[in-house]
Write a protein that binds this ligand. Structure first.
Ligand code: HEM
Length: 388
């Protein structure tokens, strides 16, 4: 019988024990989702990698179907995330160079000076100050706005559209749709104007042959994907480091450990509150002992493989100095996060800057009292009042 899903709403960054139980049982499990019926839930590291990389599990086949999901039905645009190769490969190539390690290396100084400016402005205020508003949201929005050629002055508008477009509950339905439409109208307007960033370049690039509408769909994907995940992870990581003082001391003594720490935090933090990334089997596929029939949906909660004890020693502990850290926080296969290098650069700079500039940074109240967002697909603190 299918197991009712999700396994309750997470309060903070804890991972429901059901994932470990299902993973230990070793099989792909049948779950009943709140919308769209039943799906298979993959929890083991090897199973998840197969679902994310085997072409028999399709993203394109999910378009226009009543797929099993936690959020209510949405008629969304078909962006990169809902295409399969070769169309996916063609479109992704149009922008992948903009997010390569080489390009990101060229952005590091700019991201660092934005982070420094934000800390300067924050420390000019009387503590306690909300780190979410003054730092965690501000850093990724100004980075992605700069890449896309969106005026940074408009970042408050983006924050509101992005926040509203990620609401999960039934009640959020109309709001989600209207936020997405407003965002697209705005992007269309700035793309038509002389746009110095990636959006203008995409429209002018004749090889790509993208229409205005397609450029705008690209733009809203990059804005929402590039901003919300990174902003929430900055605040989540800071919360976790507040309760793991020894890790913080280790990286303060040796900042070359920061990249390692960021990878470990990415592995450890369950960023999404529920399984998503649905794929549809286009033919029968055997995964372990289970036969996934053609037409069946498979969903994934990346936090589960990231705690797989067959891959990671002491998986439920935050540990510095793992020999290898093959976490799946950025996915795997053709849809592997396009912005992974950009996200890494921002997370490293955020942690390094906050803790070296403010070595005594601490929560203004109790750790237990930090309020986390509710009813959202992406987890993170609602606010994080800090002092230093
Ligand atoms: C900590 C921050 C981030 C995390 C944890 C994250 C995570 C992910 C994951 C797990 C996927 C794969 C989804 C799937 O397989 O269906 C993905 C895809 C994607 N991400 Fe990120 N991401 C982050 C930051 C960013 C940034 C900064 C950008 C900016 C450009 C970005 C852009 C994208 C895009 C465009 C895709 C779709 C790729 C495709 O379908 O080919 N992400 N991300």
């Amino acid at each position: 019988m299918a197991c009712p899903y999700p396994f309750g709403e997470p309060v903070k960054l804890e991972l429901a024990p059901e994932y470990a139980r299902l993973r230990a049982a070793g099989v792909i499990s049948r779950i009943a989702m709140p919308h769209g019926g039943e799906a298979w839930l993959a929890t083991r590291h090897d199973h998840v990698r197969t679902v994310l990389s085997d072409p028999r599990f399709s993203r394109a086949a999910t378009v226009g179907r009543d797929m099993p999901r936690t959020a209510p039905a949405l008629k969304t645009d078909v962006d990169l995330r809902k295409l399969d190769p070769p169309e996916h490969t063609r479109l992704r190539r149009l922008i992948s160079h903009e997010f390569s390690s080489h390009r990101v290396a060229g952005l590091v100084d700019r991201i660092q000076s934005t982070a420094d400016e934000l800390v300067d402005r924050m420390t000019a205020l009387d503590p306690p100050v909300d780190l979410v508003q003054h730092f965690a949201l501000a850093l990724p929005i100004s980075t992605i706005c700069e890449i896309l050629g969106v005026p940074a002055d408009d970042r408050k508008k983006f924050q509101s559209w992005s926040d509203r477009s990620l609401l999960m509950g039934e009640s959020g339905h109309d709001e989600v749709r209207s936020a997405r439409e407003e965002l697209k109208r705005y992007l269309l307007d700035i793309t038509r104007r002389r746009n110095p960033g990636l959006l203008g370049a995409l429209l002018r690039d004749e090889r790509g042959g993208l229409t205005e509408e397609e450029v705008v769909i690209f733009g809203s994907l990059l804005l929402v994907a590039g901003y919300e995940n990174t902003a929430c992870e900055i605040s989540n990581f800071i919360c976790l480091l507040f309760s793991h003082q020894h890790l913080r001391e280790q990286v303060l003594a040796d900042p070359t450990l920061i990249p390692d720490l960021v990878e470990e935090l990415l592995r450890f933090t369950p960023l999404l509150s529920a399984a998503s990334f649905a794929r549809l089997a286009t033919e029968d596929v055997r995964l372990g002992d289970v036969l996934i029939a053609a037409g069946d949906a498979v969903v994934i909660q990346l936090a589960a493989p990231n705690r797989d004890p067959s891959i990671f020693d002491s998986p439920d502990e935050l540990v510095l100095g793992r020999r290898s850290n093959s976490h799946l926080a950025f996915g795997y296969g053709p849809h592997y996060c396009l912005g992974a290098e950009l996200a890494r650069a921002q997370l490293r700079i955020a942690i390094g800057t906050l803790f070296t500039r403010l070595p005594d940074l601490r929560p203004a109240g109790s750790l237990a009292g930090i309020p986390f967002k509710k009813g959202r697909l992406i987890r993170g603190p609602e606010s994080l009042m800090v002092t230093w």
